[in-house]
Design a binder for this molecule. Structure first.
Ligand SMILES: Cc1cc2nc3c(=O)[nH]c(=O)nc-3n(C[C@H](O)[C@H](O)[C@H](O)COP(=O)(O)O)c2cc1C
Length: 207
């Protein structure tokens, strides 16, 4: 069973609608650690040793966040700057993160069409995430395509709940190795066609 760490970052949960729905089922699963960074560090006083210990104890690392200014909320940048230390996360003798899998789970206000060459944004989400991809690779991790929920601004609660179910299916399948890891690499986003990459309909729905 893979151990999964979700580094969750939303600086204004009192205003959140979509991420609130996405994370609701996520906090109760065996081998899944849900870690709310803004709740843990409201003053950005990140406990580096604790974060490094958490990383060491998990096989799959997820950064879950809304897209803010084509990037992540600020605490995830601070977290990278402080936690991913030279000699521990990267450098010739560093091996703490080597071989772990990494992905982003994110929500965007803009629709999927906007995140294309011809769209309003002009870049794909995958392109915008390149600094994080390079960081994960420098640390020796396997970078996976993101799980993206587009178009949150006009999204109904019903659709958000459907995405939450997909998110949960993906997490459980990753935990239980019921996912075709080699197929995932070709996806634009993992949840583009989730059924195609899950080997047993998303794994068990039970914790
Ligand atoms: C400060 C800020 C910056 C944002 N920047 C972007 C952006 O660059 N691209 C985008 O598609 N949506 C952007 N949004 C919209 C958020 O991504 C969207 O509100 C969020 O995904 C919805 O999730 P929530 O209901 O959990 O807050 C931004 C929102 C805020 C508040």
């Amino acid at each position: 069973m893979n151990q999964i760490l979700i580094l969750f970052a939303h600086p204004a949960m009192q205003k959140s609608r979509i991420n609130r729905i996405l994370i609701a089922p996520m906090q109760e699963h065996t081998a899944v650690t849900f870690h709310d960074l803004y709740a843990a560090y409201p003053e950005f006083d990140i406990d580096v040793q604790h974060e490094q210990r958490l990383l060491t104890e998990h096989d799959i690392i997820i950064m879950h966040h809304p897209m803010f200014w084509y990037s992540t909320p600020a605490i995830l940048k601070e977290w990278q700057d402080l936690v991913l230390q030279h000699g521990w996360a990267y450098g010739s003798s560093a091996s703490a993160l080597r071989g772990k899998r990494f992905l982003n789970v994110l929500t965007t206000g803009g629709g999927e069409q906007a995140y294309s060459k011809a769209g309003l944004v002009g870049n794909t989400v995958r392109e915008l995430l390149v600094p994080i991809e390079r960081t994960a690779i420098l640390c020796g991790m396997h970078y996976l395509p993101p799980f993206v929920v587009h178009g949150t601004l006009n999204m109904s609660d019903v659709d958000a709940t459907r995405h939450a179910e997909d998110y949960q299916r993906m997490i459980l399948a990753m935990r239980d190795d019921e996912i075709e890891w080699s197929k995932i690499a070709d996806c634009h986003r993992i949840n583009e066609n989730l059924d195609d990459v899950l080997t047993r309909n998303g794994g068990s729905q039970n914790a």
